[in-house]
Write a protein that binds this ligand. Structure first.
Ligand SMILES: Cc1cc2nc3c(=O)[nH]c(=O)nc-3n(C[C@H](O)[C@H](O)[C@H](O)COP(=O)(O)OP(=O)(O)OC[C@H]3O[C@@H](n4cnc5c(N)ncnc54)[C@H](O)[C@@H]3O)c2cc1C
Length: 408
């Protein structure tokens, strides 16, 4: 193990993905540097709603569905470990989600949700080859209007709602903070307000990456992990490659209510309403493809309130505490970029988690840390390989076949 400015691994970006990888690498005893150009959770991670919607998101791609279920299964244990190491509660809540759907057919929903033999408490093994989807409706219930009125007196619904007890949610900024602090407690070094400008490579521009060049100087590392969200595109570009991202802006607002008006997350069509501690309710989120600014438009506030009012009519009488915006790091096929970059030896990527990076962070951290520590990327699904969309700037052709590159 190297010391004095030499690291086993350098993680670029202290959003929830970089923080999770840094934490898992530190658990393995590796000497880790985390380099963040602003502050931890200052990117998309600090703007998220915090839903761990492994089933409600209806992932179509089997690898993504598998990662989502695996990742959600880690959160109960992970947040306990983080609390022991840091004293930070991540606000994990396991009351489940309510889905305003039309059909009462639980078998139909369980098939749709592709919820293979799931247990919300037990940790699920990760197996990228496995897609054992069986209809199991044991964690789903139909709540008719009477049940709903008993459980959630402030909700209005014509038909009742589908209750999924397996879904969870937490406070993303606390998760991000706890992961960074836990990594630091285990020996990682955090460099805040330090922007990585480019990679350092052996033999000029062609060799293995041996470190990074920052505003403050050079840092050396055996493995470089780019977990820099949308910022990863610029770093790849300095190496002569293009990796396309599709940014999608989202806005949320927080309402404080006089009493507890909601106990379960409502996961509706183009709207979610999430109960948080202290009688707070988060309402989100807009979806604005191609927008990278973080201004909250007044019209978005009225749009979100209008949609939320359909489920909780009294919501507009609550106090509007704050509203905020962030930019989801999307990709053309809505799959993350995870794995090595063949033209850049020594470099790993973990970014592009689009609208589910909080959900996917725990699993991504575990899988990436295993791969980086062993030097083997074979446990990462091939469908996540960044090479599917990587383009050499001088040639402007995808490096590998497959995938549908979309350039921004
Ligand atoms: C409005 C909204 C709601 C969302 N809701 C949910 C939700 O409910 N559930 C869910 O699972 N997901 C949700 N998401 C998605 C989730 O927030 C993202 O997928 C996730 O945060 C991505 O994490 P990240 O670490 O890859 O990126 P980021 O959090 O953006 O972190 C990247 C970090 O890298 C740093 N960086 C960039 N370039 C450099 C550089 N050159 N040098 C050093 N540092 C650099 C940045 O400053 C940043 O801190 C939501 C997103 C938004 C915007």
């Amino acid at each position: 193990m190297r010391s004095n400015g030499y690291y086993d691994a350098i993680v670029v970006g202290a959003g929830v993905i970089g923080a999770s990888i840094a934490y898992e690498l530190s658990v393995k005893g590796m000497k880790v540097a985390i380099i963040e150009k602003n502050q931890p959770a200052s990117g998309a991670s600090g703007a998220a709603g915090g839903m761990l919607a492994a089933e409600s998101e209806h992932f179509q791609h089997a690898d993504l569905r598998q990662l989502a279920l695996y990742s959600r299964s880690l959160y109960t244990g992970l947040t306990e470990q983080l609390y022991e190491l840091t004293g930070i509660h991540c606000g994990l809540r396991s009351e489940g989600f309510l889905l305003p759907v039309e059909s009462h057919d639980l078998e139909h929903h369980s098939r749709q949700l592709a919820s293979a033999e799931m247990d919300s408490v037990g940790e699920r093994p990760y197996d990228s080859e496995q897609d054992s989807v069986q209809a199991d409706s044991s964690h789903l219930e139909w709540w008719d209007n009477q049940r709903l009125a008993r459980e959630e007196p402030y909700i209005r619904s014509e038909h009742g709602m589908l209750y999924n007890r397996s879904e969870q949610q937490l406070i993303p900024s606390l998760l991000n903070e706890a992961l960074v602090l836990a990594a630091v407690r285990l020996g990682a070094v955090l460099y805040r307000q330090t922007e990585v400008r480019r990679l350092l490579r052996e033999h000029g521009e062609y060799g293995r990456a041996t470190g990074v060049v920052t505003e403050q100087g050079v840092m050396y590392g055996e493995q470089i992990i780019l977990a820099s969200g949308l910022g990863s595109a610029g770093l790849i570009e300095t190496e002569g490659y293009r990796l396309p991202f599709l940014p999608v802006k989202g806005e949320l607002l927080e309402i404080r209510t006089p009493a507890s008006w909601l106990n379960h997350t409502i996961y509706g069509h183009q709207i979610y309403i999430i109960p948080k501690q202290g009688n707070r309710i988060w309402i989100g989120a807009t979806s604005k493809p191609g927008r990278i600014d973080t201004m909250v438009e007044a019209g978005s506030v009225t749009e979100l309130l209008f949609k939320a009012q359909q489920y909780i009519p009294s919501i507009t009488s609550g106090e509007l505490v704050r509203c905020w915006a962030g930019v989801r790091p999307g990709t053309a096929d809505e799959l993350p970029y995870m794995g090595t970059l063949t033209p850049l030896p020594g470099v790993w990527m973990a970014c592009g988690h689009y609208r589910n990076g909080i959900l996917l962070a725990a699993g991504t951290g575990r899988i990436m840390a295993d791969a980086v520590a062993s030097g083997q990327s074979s446990s990462i699904p091939a469908s996540f390989a960044p090479g599917r969309a990587l383009q050499h700037l001088s040639r402007m052709q995808p490096e590998t076949e497959g995938g549908t590159p979309v350039w921004n």
